[in-house]
Design a protein around this ligand. Structure first.
Ligand SMILES: Nc1nc2c(ncn2[C@@H]2O[C@H](COP(=O)(O)OP(=O)(O)O)[C@@H](O)[C@H]2O)c(=O)[nH]1
Ligand SMILES: [Mg+2]
Length: 378
Protein backbone atom coordinates (compact mmCIF):
# COMPACT_ATOMS: atom_id res chain seq x y z
CA UNK A 1 0.00 0.00 0.00
CA UNK A 2 1.71 3.19 -1.17
CA UNK A 3 0.06 5.36 1.48
CA UNK A 4 1.39 3.17 4.26
CA UNK A 5 4.92 3.33 2.97
CA UNK A 6 4.85 7.12 2.54
CA UNK A 7 3.63 7.58 6.08
CA UNK A 8 6.33 5.27 7.26
CA UNK A 9 9.08 6.97 5.30
CA UNK A 10 8.06 10.40 6.59
CA UNK A 11 8.06 9.16 10.18
CA UNK A 12 11.43 7.57 9.66
CA UNK A 13 12.78 10.79 8.14
CA UNK A 14 11.58 12.75 11.15
CA UNK A 15 13.28 10.36 13.56
CA UNK A 16 16.37 10.30 11.38
CA UNK A 17 16.78 14.08 11.44
CA UNK A 18 16.16 14.24 15.18
CA UNK A 19 18.69 11.52 15.93
CA UNK A 20 21.17 13.05 13.52
CA UNK A 21 21.12 16.24 15.55
CA UNK A 22 21.30 14.28 18.81
CA UNK A 23 24.44 12.42 17.75
CA UNK A 24 26.04 15.68 16.64
CA UNK A 25 29.48 16.12 15.18
CA UNK A 26 33.06 15.48 16.23
CA UNK A 27 35.44 18.13 14.92
CA UNK A 28 39.08 17.39 14.42
CA UNK A 29 41.83 19.81 13.45
CA UNK A 30 44.69 18.20 11.62
CA UNK A 31 48.19 19.67 11.29
CA UNK A 32 51.36 18.57 9.60
CA UNK A 33 53.50 19.36 6.62
CA UNK A 34 52.36 18.45 3.14
CA UNK A 35 53.03 14.81 2.38
CA UNK A 36 53.37 13.51 5.94
CA UNK A 37 50.22 11.45 5.43
CA UNK A 38 47.35 13.46 6.94
CA UNK A 39 44.79 12.55 4.30
CA UNK A 40 45.88 8.93 4.33
CA UNK A 41 45.52 8.75 8.11
CA UNK A 42 42.05 10.30 7.99
CA UNK A 43 41.03 7.85 5.28
CA UNK A 44 42.27 4.93 7.30
CA UNK A 45 40.37 5.88 10.45
CA UNK A 46 37.25 7.58 9.09
CA UNK A 47 36.83 5.98 5.69
CA UNK A 48 37.51 6.83 2.09
CA UNK A 49 34.58 9.13 1.60
CA UNK A 50 35.85 11.74 4.04
CA UNK A 51 39.02 12.87 2.32
CA UNK A 52 37.37 12.84 -1.10
CA UNK A 53 35.19 15.84 -0.34
CA UNK A 54 35.86 19.48 -1.05
CA UNK A 55 37.59 22.21 0.86
CA UNK A 56 34.70 23.03 3.17
CA UNK A 57 33.64 26.35 4.62
CA UNK A 58 35.40 28.82 6.93
CA UNK A 59 35.08 27.69 10.58
CA UNK A 60 33.87 31.13 11.56
CA UNK A 61 33.18 34.17 9.40
CA UNK A 62 36.23 35.31 7.51
CA UNK A 63 38.46 32.63 8.98
CA UNK A 64 41.23 31.04 6.94
CA UNK A 65 40.60 27.73 8.66
CA UNK A 66 38.17 25.52 6.80
CA UNK A 67 35.92 22.82 8.14
CA UNK A 68 34.83 19.98 5.92
CA UNK A 69 31.74 18.28 7.30
CA UNK A 70 30.96 14.71 6.39
CA UNK A 71 28.31 12.93 8.41
CA UNK A 72 29.21 13.10 12.06
CA UNK A 73 32.73 14.31 11.39
CA UNK A 74 34.22 17.73 10.75
CA UNK A 75 37.82 18.05 9.60
CA UNK A 76 39.48 21.40 10.03
CA UNK A 77 42.34 22.07 7.74
CA UNK A 78 44.70 24.98 7.29
CA UNK A 79 44.16 25.59 3.58
CA UNK A 80 46.98 27.70 2.21
CA UNK A 81 48.54 28.13 5.63
CA UNK A 82 51.46 25.83 6.22
CA UNK A 83 52.60 24.46 9.52
CA UNK A 84 56.19 25.53 10.08
CA UNK A 85 55.96 28.54 7.80
CA UNK A 86 52.75 30.14 9.05
CA UNK A 87 52.56 28.99 12.68
CA UNK A 88 51.89 32.46 14.04
CA UNK A 89 49.03 33.08 11.70
CA UNK A 90 47.52 29.63 12.27
CA UNK A 91 47.63 30.11 16.03
CA UNK A 92 46.11 33.58 15.78
CA UNK A 93 43.30 32.21 13.61
CA UNK A 94 42.77 29.28 15.91
CA UNK A 95 42.65 31.16 19.18
CA UNK A 96 40.19 33.61 17.64
CA UNK A 97 38.05 30.76 16.35
CA UNK A 98 38.21 28.90 19.66
CA UNK A 99 36.95 32.00 21.46
CA UNK A 100 34.07 32.56 19.05
CA UNK A 101 33.14 28.89 19.10
CA UNK A 102 32.69 28.86 22.85
CA UNK A 103 29.27 30.44 22.33
CA UNK A 104 28.24 27.75 19.87
CA UNK A 105 26.76 24.31 20.56
CA UNK A 106 29.32 21.59 21.29
CA UNK A 107 28.90 20.12 17.79
CA UNK A 108 30.16 23.37 16.27
CA UNK A 109 33.24 23.63 18.44
CA UNK A 110 36.69 22.20 17.78
CA UNK A 111 37.45 19.22 19.97
CA UNK A 112 40.84 17.67 19.30
CA UNK A 113 43.95 18.29 17.20
CA UNK A 114 46.16 15.71 15.53
CA UNK A 115 49.68 16.88 14.89
CA UNK A 116 51.46 14.69 12.38
CA UNK A 117 55.19 14.27 11.77
CA UNK A 118 56.72 11.69 9.50
CA UNK A 119 58.74 9.06 11.30
CA UNK A 120 61.59 8.88 8.85
CA UNK A 121 62.05 12.65 8.64
CA UNK A 122 63.91 12.40 11.96
CA UNK A 123 63.28 16.04 12.60
CA UNK A 124 61.25 17.72 15.25
CA UNK A 125 62.07 21.34 15.81
CA UNK A 126 61.56 23.33 18.96
CA UNK A 127 59.11 25.52 17.07
CA UNK A 128 56.91 22.47 16.53
CA UNK A 129 56.93 21.80 20.25
CA UNK A 130 56.00 25.44 20.91
CA UNK A 131 53.18 25.17 18.41
CA UNK A 132 51.80 22.09 20.21
CA UNK A 133 52.05 23.81 23.60
CA UNK A 134 50.08 26.74 22.24
CA UNK A 135 47.37 24.46 20.83
CA UNK A 136 46.99 22.92 24.24
CA UNK A 137 46.89 26.34 25.89
CA UNK A 138 44.07 27.59 23.70
CA UNK A 139 42.06 24.54 24.64
CA UNK A 140 42.81 22.05 21.90
CA UNK A 141 44.15 18.75 23.23
CA UNK A 142 46.83 17.37 20.92
CA UNK A 143 47.37 13.80 19.76
CA UNK A 144 50.87 13.62 18.29
CA UNK A 145 51.09 11.11 15.47
CA UNK A 146 54.35 9.85 14.02
CA UNK A 147 53.32 8.74 10.56
CA UNK A 148 54.53 6.22 8.01
CA UNK A 149 56.52 4.20 10.54
CA UNK A 150 57.66 0.84 9.18
CA UNK A 151 57.70 -2.10 11.58
CA UNK A 152 59.52 -5.36 11.16
CA UNK A 153 59.43 -8.31 13.56
CA UNK A 154 57.51 -6.17 16.02
CA UNK A 155 60.20 -3.46 16.03
CA UNK A 156 59.65 0.14 14.99
CA UNK A 157 62.12 1.62 12.54
CA UNK A 158 65.08 3.00 14.55
CA UNK A 159 64.74 6.46 13.00
CA UNK A 160 61.18 6.70 14.29
CA UNK A 161 62.26 5.56 17.75
CA UNK A 162 64.95 8.23 17.73
CA UNK A 163 62.36 10.82 16.75
CA UNK A 164 60.06 9.69 19.56
CA UNK A 165 62.94 10.19 22.00
CA UNK A 166 63.61 13.70 20.76
CA UNK A 167 59.92 14.50 21.17
CA UNK A 168 59.73 12.96 24.64
CA UNK A 169 62.61 15.20 25.75
CA UNK A 170 60.43 18.25 25.05
CA UNK A 171 57.90 17.15 27.69
CA UNK A 172 54.92 18.28 25.67
CA UNK A 173 51.31 18.20 26.87
CA UNK A 174 50.26 15.23 24.73
CA UNK A 175 47.07 13.20 24.76
CA UNK A 176 47.95 9.73 26.03
CA UNK A 177 51.22 11.12 27.40
CA UNK A 178 53.33 10.13 24.40
CA UNK A 179 53.51 10.27 20.62
CA UNK A 180 51.79 7.47 18.67
CA UNK A 181 53.51 5.62 15.87
CA UNK A 182 51.37 4.55 12.96
CA UNK A 183 51.44 3.17 9.49
CA UNK A 184 48.14 3.97 7.82
CA UNK A 185 48.48 1.87 4.66
CA UNK A 186 50.34 -1.36 4.12
CA UNK A 187 53.44 -1.02 2.02
CA UNK A 188 53.60 -3.94 -0.39
CA UNK A 189 57.25 -3.23 -1.21
CA UNK A 190 58.68 -3.32 2.31
CA UNK A 191 55.88 -5.52 3.63
CA UNK A 192 55.21 -3.02 6.43
CA UNK A 193 51.71 -3.66 7.81
CA UNK A 194 49.12 -1.18 9.01
CA UNK A 195 49.50 -0.50 12.73
CA UNK A 196 48.80 1.97 15.52
CA UNK A 197 45.49 3.36 14.28
CA UNK A 198 43.41 2.19 17.21
CA UNK A 199 45.83 3.77 19.70
CA UNK A 200 45.42 7.12 17.97
CA UNK A 201 41.66 6.71 18.09
CA UNK A 202 41.68 5.69 21.77
CA UNK A 203 43.81 8.70 22.70
CA UNK A 204 41.37 10.88 20.78
CA UNK A 205 38.42 9.47 22.69
CA UNK A 206 40.32 10.06 25.92
CA UNK A 207 40.66 13.80 25.38
CA UNK A 208 37.48 14.53 23.41
CA UNK A 209 34.59 15.94 25.45
CA UNK A 210 32.15 13.25 26.52
CA UNK A 211 29.37 14.97 24.58
CA UNK A 212 30.97 14.07 21.24
CA UNK A 213 31.67 10.41 22.01
CA UNK A 214 28.68 9.24 20.01
CA UNK A 215 29.64 11.34 17.00
CA UNK A 216 33.21 10.07 17.11
CA UNK A 217 31.95 6.51 17.50
CA UNK A 218 29.79 6.93 14.42
CA UNK A 219 32.48 8.71 12.40
CA UNK A 220 35.32 6.25 13.01
CA UNK A 221 35.37 3.06 10.98
CA UNK A 222 38.01 0.91 12.69
CA UNK A 223 36.62 0.11 16.14
CA UNK A 224 33.58 -2.04 15.44
CA UNK A 225 33.33 -3.18 19.08
CA UNK A 226 32.81 0.41 20.11
CA UNK A 227 30.03 0.79 17.56
CA UNK A 228 28.39 -2.42 18.75
CA UNK A 229 28.51 -1.33 22.40
CA UNK A 230 26.97 2.00 21.49
CA UNK A 231 24.23 0.24 19.51
CA UNK A 232 23.44 -1.95 22.54
CA UNK A 233 23.05 1.25 24.52
CA UNK A 234 20.56 2.59 21.98
CA UNK A 235 18.62 -0.68 22.09
CA UNK A 236 18.50 -0.65 25.90
CA UNK A 237 17.20 2.92 25.80
CA UNK A 238 14.60 2.04 23.17
CA UNK A 239 13.39 -0.95 25.17
CA UNK A 240 13.15 1.15 28.34
CA UNK A 241 11.20 3.86 26.51
CA UNK A 242 8.82 1.27 25.12
CA UNK A 243 8.27 -0.13 28.61
CA UNK A 244 7.56 3.41 29.79
CA UNK A 245 5.05 4.00 27.00
CA UNK A 246 3.20 0.81 27.96
CA UNK A 247 3.49 1.47 31.70
CA UNK A 248 -0.20 0.97 31.84
CA UNK A 249 -0.96 -1.77 29.31
CA UNK A 250 -1.95 -0.30 25.96
CA UNK A 251 -4.53 -1.78 23.61
CA UNK A 252 -3.11 -3.52 20.57
CA UNK A 253 -4.80 -0.89 18.43
CA UNK A 254 -2.54 1.72 20.06
CA UNK A 255 0.62 -0.20 19.23
CA UNK A 256 1.46 2.56 16.76
CA UNK A 257 2.63 4.66 19.68
CA UNK A 258 5.62 2.35 19.94
CA UNK A 259 6.57 2.93 16.33
CA UNK A 260 8.32 6.31 16.80
CA UNK A 261 10.38 4.81 19.62
CA UNK A 262 11.44 1.92 17.45
CA UNK A 263 12.08 4.09 14.41
CA UNK A 264 14.19 6.44 16.53
CA UNK A 265 16.26 3.52 17.76
CA UNK A 266 16.65 2.19 14.24
CA UNK A 267 17.59 5.61 12.85
CA UNK A 268 20.26 6.03 15.48
CA UNK A 269 21.76 2.61 14.83
CA UNK A 270 21.67 3.23 11.08
CA UNK A 271 23.65 6.43 11.52
CA UNK A 272 26.10 4.77 13.86
CA UNK A 273 26.89 2.43 10.98
CA UNK A 274 27.13 5.31 8.54
CA UNK A 275 24.25 4.12 6.39
CA UNK A 276 22.73 6.84 4.22
CA UNK A 277 19.09 7.79 4.70
CA UNK A 278 17.72 6.39 1.44
CA UNK A 279 19.33 3.05 2.02
CA UNK A 280 18.28 2.95 5.67
CA UNK A 281 14.70 3.89 4.76
CA UNK A 282 14.52 1.06 2.25
CA UNK A 283 15.90 -1.31 4.86
CA UNK A 284 13.48 -0.08 7.51
CA UNK A 285 10.47 -0.45 5.24
CA UNK A 286 11.55 -3.92 4.21
CA UNK A 287 12.21 -4.94 7.82
CA UNK A 288 9.19 -3.59 9.60
CA UNK A 289 6.70 -4.47 6.92
CA UNK A 290 8.10 -7.96 6.89
CA UNK A 291 4.98 -9.49 8.33
CA UNK A 292 2.37 -7.12 7.04
CA UNK A 293 1.44 -5.47 3.79
CA UNK A 294 1.23 -1.89 5.06
CA UNK A 295 3.76 0.06 7.07
CA UNK A 296 1.28 1.04 9.69
CA UNK A 297 0.38 -2.32 11.08
CA UNK A 298 3.85 -3.29 12.20
CA UNK A 299 3.16 -4.50 15.65
CA UNK A 300 0.66 -7.30 15.76
CA UNK A 301 2.06 -9.28 12.88
CA UNK A 302 5.70 -8.98 13.83
CA UNK A 303 5.06 -9.80 17.43
CA UNK A 304 4.20 -13.37 16.55
CA UNK A 305 7.56 -13.83 14.89
CA UNK A 306 9.74 -13.21 17.88
CA UNK A 307 10.15 -16.29 19.99
CA UNK A 308 9.70 -15.66 23.68
CA UNK A 309 8.30 -12.16 23.56
CA UNK A 310 5.08 -13.33 25.09
CA UNK A 311 1.51 -12.96 24.10
CA UNK A 312 -0.82 -10.05 24.03
CA UNK A 313 -3.00 -11.07 26.93
CA UNK A 314 -6.52 -9.73 26.74
CA UNK A 315 -5.63 -7.70 23.64
CA UNK A 316 -3.35 -5.36 25.63
CA UNK A 317 0.39 -4.79 25.38
CA UNK A 318 2.14 -4.86 28.72
CA UNK A 319 5.34 -3.00 29.49
CA UNK A 320 7.21 -6.30 29.37
CA UNK A 321 5.94 -7.21 25.92
CA UNK A 322 6.54 -3.69 24.58
CA UNK A 323 10.06 -3.67 25.89
CA UNK A 324 11.10 -7.14 24.78
CA UNK A 325 9.57 -6.65 21.38
CA UNK A 326 11.46 -3.38 20.93
CA UNK A 327 14.60 -5.10 22.17
CA UNK A 328 14.15 -7.84 19.57
CA UNK A 329 13.52 -5.31 16.80
CA UNK A 330 16.69 -3.49 17.82
CA UNK A 331 18.85 -6.61 17.84
CA UNK A 332 17.57 -7.80 14.48
CA UNK A 333 17.97 -4.33 12.97
CA UNK A 334 21.52 -4.05 14.34
CA UNK A 335 22.44 -7.41 12.82
CA UNK A 336 21.02 -6.34 9.46
CA UNK A 337 22.93 -3.04 9.57
CA UNK A 338 26.14 -4.91 10.35
CA UNK A 339 25.54 -7.29 7.47
CA UNK A 340 24.89 -4.40 5.09
CA UNK A 341 28.04 -2.59 6.18
CA UNK A 342 30.13 -5.72 5.73
CA UNK A 343 28.74 -5.94 2.21
CA UNK A 344 26.99 -9.17 3.03
CA UNK A 345 23.62 -8.06 1.65
CA UNK A 346 24.25 -6.91 -1.86
CA UNK A 347 27.64 -5.48 -2.79
CA UNK A 348 29.00 -2.07 -1.87
CA UNK A 349 27.43 0.64 -4.01
CA UNK A 350 24.90 -1.85 -5.30
CA UNK A 351 21.21 -1.32 -4.76
CA UNK A 352 19.80 -3.32 -1.91
CA UNK A 353 17.05 -5.76 -2.67
CA UNK A 354 14.05 -5.31 -0.37
CA UNK A 355 13.29 -9.01 -0.36
CA UNK A 356 16.83 -9.87 0.65
CA UNK A 357 16.69 -7.36 3.50
CA UNK A 358 13.29 -8.63 4.55
CA UNK A 359 14.50 -12.22 4.67
CA UNK A 360 17.61 -11.21 6.61
CA UNK A 361 15.59 -9.26 9.13
CA UNK A 362 13.20 -12.13 9.73
CA UNK A 363 16.08 -14.52 10.08
CA UNK A 364 17.75 -12.27 12.65
CA UNK A 365 14.48 -11.68 14.47
CA UNK A 366 13.96 -15.39 14.94
CA UNK A 367 17.46 -15.66 16.43
CA UNK A 368 17.01 -13.00 19.10
CA UNK A 369 17.12 -14.34 22.61
CA UNK A 370 14.86 -12.52 24.99
CA UNK A 371 16.46 -12.49 28.40
CA UNK A 372 14.43 -12.50 31.59
CA UNK A 373 15.42 -8.97 32.52
CA UNK A 374 14.47 -7.67 29.08
CA UNK A 375 11.10 -9.25 29.52
CA UNK A 376 10.06 -8.20 32.96
CA UNK A 377 7.62 -5.37 33.26
CA UNK A 378 8.65 -1.98 34.47
N1 LIG B 1 53.36 3.33 3.16
C1 LIG B 1 52.69 4.41 3.57
N2 LIG B 1 52.54 5.47 2.75
C2 LIG B 1 51.84 6.52 3.18
C3 LIG B 1 51.28 6.56 4.49
N3 LIG B 1 50.67 7.76 4.66
C4 LIG B 1 50.83 8.43 3.51
N4 LIG B 1 51.52 7.69 2.60
C5 LIG B 1 51.86 8.13 1.26
O1 LIG B 1 52.47 9.41 1.36
C6 LIG B 1 51.99 10.30 0.37
C7 LIG B 1 51.38 11.56 0.97
O2 LIG B 1 50.26 11.21 1.77
P1 LIG B 1 49.05 12.21 2.02
O3 LIG B 1 48.10 11.50 2.92
O4 LIG B 1 48.51 12.73 0.76
O5 LIG B 1 49.75 13.40 2.81
P2 LIG B 1 49.16 14.81 3.28
O6 LIG B 1 49.71 15.83 2.34
O7 LIG B 1 49.72 15.03 4.64
O8 LIG B 1 47.68 14.74 3.27
C8 LIG B 1 50.99 9.49 -0.45
O9 LIG B 1 51.63 9.01 -1.58
C9 LIG B 1 50.61 8.35 0.47
O10 LIG B 1 50.26 7.21 -0.26
C10 LIG B 1 51.48 5.42 5.34
O11 LIG B 1 51.03 5.37 6.48
N5 LIG B 1 52.20 4.38 4.82
MG1 LIG C 1 46.26 15.91 2.28
Amino acid sequence: MAGGTDWFRDSFREQWDGQNAAIGRFNLAIFGKTGVGKSTLINAIFGEEVAKTGIGAPVTRGSRLYVDKVGHLGIVDTQGLEVGRDNKEILAELSKAMKEMRKLPLSDQLHVAWYCVRGLDRRFEEAEGDFIRRLDEIGLPVVLVITQVPVRDGQYHPDALELAKVIAAQRLPLAGGRPFMVNAVADPFTGAPVHGLKDVLDATFQVAPEGVDEALTAAQQIDTDRKARQAQGYIATGAAMAAGAAFSPIPLSDAAMLVPIQLGMMAKIGQLYDIRFDRAALMAVASTTAATSAGRATFGGLLKLVPGVGTVAGGAISAGVASSFTYAMGQAWLAVCQRVVRGKLGGVGQALDSDVVKAAFLEELSKVKIRRDDKQSA
